[in-house]
Each structure stands twice: as C-alpha cells, then as structure tokens.
Design a protein around this ligand. Structure first.
Ligand SMILES: Cc1ncc(COP(=O)(O)O)c(C=O)c1O
Length: 398
C-alpha cells in the first residue's frame, strides 16, 4: 500500500497548537507555521482506524493497559532497533517532557548539577531549573556544517555535585544521529564519573539515509546499568496530543525510583487513546514509517538544495535524523528579535527561534520539515522573496 504524504490537510481550527498560535498570539492569519515539532500528516491509517473504532464505542471511562500494549512496544524496539527489552524494564509516562521532569526528581537532589548538551530541546532547561537543580551546559561544537560533542569540556564540567546527564539522541535541534563511537566515548565518561544518563530517544525512529540510531543502553552492560531511556510513538507517528510515552530502564532500582515519582505525581491512569494508538502504531506502523522516512529524506534534500541555490545568505544545517533543522541566518546581520520578526511578519513563516535552545543558537532559526512538499516549497519561496529582497536593498544602499 502506498501512503499519501502529499495532500495538504487544513489543520486550522482543529485545536492545533502549531496552526492556531500565530493567529491567537500575533493576530496573523497568513503565516506558514514551521515551529513546534509535530507533522502536518495524518497518523497511519491503522492507527486512525484503531482510535476511531474505540471512539465509536462512546464510553470513555478509565483505561486499562493490556499486555498486548507492552508486547507491541517490545516488538517495535526489537524490529526497528535490534534492542531486546524485557517487560519488567518498562514503565509508562504521559509524555517525554513529563518523564524528563520526573526523572530529574527521581535521580537528583535539589542543588545537584544536571548536564545538557546545548543548544538542546528547551524543556530540559525547565525540568532542571524549575525543580531546583543546577543547569550545567556542555555546549556542542560547530564543526563545518555539523556539530560534535566536546568531551573535554564535559569532563571539566562534571563536578562533585553533577549527578545526571540528559542526552538528546538523535539530537534536537542540531539533527545529529550520534554514532556508536561517539556514544561509547560519552558513555565511558558517564560510567567513570558515576553519572546517571537520561537518554531522550523520542526521535529514534526518524533517521535519514546513511544514519542508524544506536540506543544508548545497548552500548555496554555498564552503561545499561545507569541509563534510563525515554521513547514514544508521538514524533514518529504524529500522536503528540494522545499523551503516551515509555520509560525503559534495565536497572530495577532506577526504574523503581522513576515509578515512585510517577505514582506520587498521580499519573497512574493512562490515556485511553494513547494506549490504543501506541499499540496500533508499534504493531502495524512499519510500512507507513518506511515511506514517511523516504518522504522526509526528499524534503531534506529539497530544502537543502533550495537554500543553497536560491537563498545564499542562509545556511541549512543538514540533519541526519529528526524532521527538524537549524538554519544559520547570521549573514543577515540582524539581532534575534528582528530576525524572528522578519520571518514572521515579512516572510510569513514562523520558526522556533534559535536561542530558545540556548544562546549557542543565536542567529539561527529551527525549521520543521514534517509537512507536504507543497507547504515546504511555499514556505521556502516566501523566505526566498523576503531574504533576497532584503539583501538586494542592503546591497543597493552600500
Ligand atoms: C527531544 C524531545 N523530547 C521530547 C519532546 C516532546 O515529548 P512529549 O510530547 O512526549 O512530551 C520533543 C518534542 O519536540 C523533543 O524534541
């Protein structure tokens, strides 16, 4: 069966944060939203049908979670990632963001240091600082048109009070799919310096050709002992609002500490539709995902080629995974606020602003490529017109 990623779905007025935000917050109707990380595609038909079937029943009382839910997740991790996970290693979460906060509370004490590799998914900052922990930044290093880890800096930053490292793998927003060698070197440090690692692998299924995701916990038994991994079908299958994610930990003590926080926060009852959707997606979603990955790879090629050929003032940081990418706009020489406003009000596209992810991404914007080609090409044409006319005007003034 071939799936359709080309048809443009009108998501306006469908309770879509991505599509309603520019109207409700800025009063702007004609903006193409390329910010928050969901896709403008319907979920796989098998998932939509499972949710519709359950919705048609009409009674939405408290959900139970069947064994088949766990079996579906275990099968997915084995098939897609070669990761053999035991049922006893798994727990639920209402999302990866809440799981990260619960893990910060489970594995650290107030005042402890938590290391992140910036620029990085900004809710990590809130999970650390709003829980009274100390944010320790280990910035990634720009390297040509990509980024690498700075492990010497990491060694220096780990002090006696650093307890936890939150890894983003694949990395949002720099788009890296960390290699086994990189993860081994990072892992060595975490083992030697006695850090627990919270590995946010929500983008694990979204790798582009030539790149393979390696679950951190599969690197070595020593690392598996101290790794807690978050996975979810939400990015992969566009299910973010159904509130379902999983926490995986082979170390029973770490999993018990997470579960104690989860219970204490009153989160025990699962989302009914999240339960139904995860099971269907992980059981039946392979073929849909394979085709999605082809489509996203073509979108990445398209955006990369377009920006190189037609908008030379911008530099596209080609991602290895995720459907997100940074665009380096520093050549425009604008202050960030002016840059954000320029894209929103002059070009008519809305991005995640680089510095949301850390000051290292000042002068950058993050684009979301999870949309039909038509939407992407219209957005890129808008950017082309706005940027090139600005550059021409600036050139003629010189
Ligand atoms: C690295 C990362 N973690 C977590 C999330 C969101 O997780 P959830 O919607 O399950 O809370 C995102 C969404 O963009 C993300 O990029």
């Amino acid at each position: 069966m071939r799936f359709d990623f080309d048809t443009v779905l009108d998501r306006r007025n469908t309770h879509s944060l991505k599509w309603d935000h520019c109207r409700t917050t800025f009063g702007l109707d004609d903006v193409i939203p390329m910010w928050v990380a969901d896709m403008d595609f319907a979920a796989p038909p098998s998932v939509v049908e499972a949710v519709q079937r359950r919705a048609a029943h009409g009674a939405y009382g408290y959900a139970s979670v069947p064994e088949s839910f766990w079996e579906s997740a275990i099968g997915w991790l084995r098939r897609r990632h070669g990761w053999t996970v035991n049922r006893r290693w798994l727990a639920r979460a209402p999302g990866v963001v809440p799981a990260v906060s619960l893990c910060v509370n489970a594995f650290t004490q107030p005042g402890d240091g938590v290391v992140v590799q910036t620029p990085v998914y900004y809710p990590f900052f809130r999970a650390i600082e709003q829980n009274g922990r100390r944010l320790v930044r280990n910035p990634l290093v720009p390297d040509g048109n990509t980024y690498r880890m700075d492990l010497a800096d990491l060694e220096r930053k780990i002090d006696d009070q650093a307890r936890l490292l939150i890894l983003c793998s694949p990395h949002n927003p720099v788009g890296r799919v960390w290699t086994r060698e990189e993860l081994e070197r990072l892992g060595d440090i975490c083992v030697r310096r006695n850090l627990v690692v919270l590995s946010d692998e929500i983008h694990m299924d979204l790798t582009l050709p030539g790149h393979r995701h390696v679950p951190l916990a599969t690197i070595s038994p020593a690392l598996a002992e101290r790794t807690v991994t978050c996975v979810a079908p939400s990015k992969t299958f566009n299910l973010a609002s159904l509130s379902m994610a999983l926490v995986v930990a082979g170390n029973p003590e770490l999993l018990a500490r997470y579960v104690a926080q989860f219970d204490a926060a009153g989160l025990v009852i699962a989302s009914l539709f999240g339960t139904v959707a995860l099971e269907a997606a992980y059981r039946d979603g392979d073929e849909w995902l394979d085709q999605l990955l082809d489509y996203l790879a073509a979108n990445v090629d398209y955006a990369d080629g377009f920006i190189q050929e037609r908008i030379p003032a911008l530099r596209f940081i080609r991602p290895e995974g995720t459907y997100l990418a940074l665009i380096d706009c520093r050549k425009l020489g604008m202050a960030q606020k002016d840059l954000d406003d320029f894209f929103l009000r002059t070009a008519g596209v809305y991005f995640d602003s680089g510095p949301w992810f850390g000051e290292e991404a000042t002068g950058f914007e993050r684009i979301n490529l999870g949309c039909p080609r038509q939407t992407l090409s219209e957005a890129l044409e808008r950017i082309e017109r706005a940027v090139n006319s600005r550059q021409q005007a600036a050139g003629s003034r010189r």
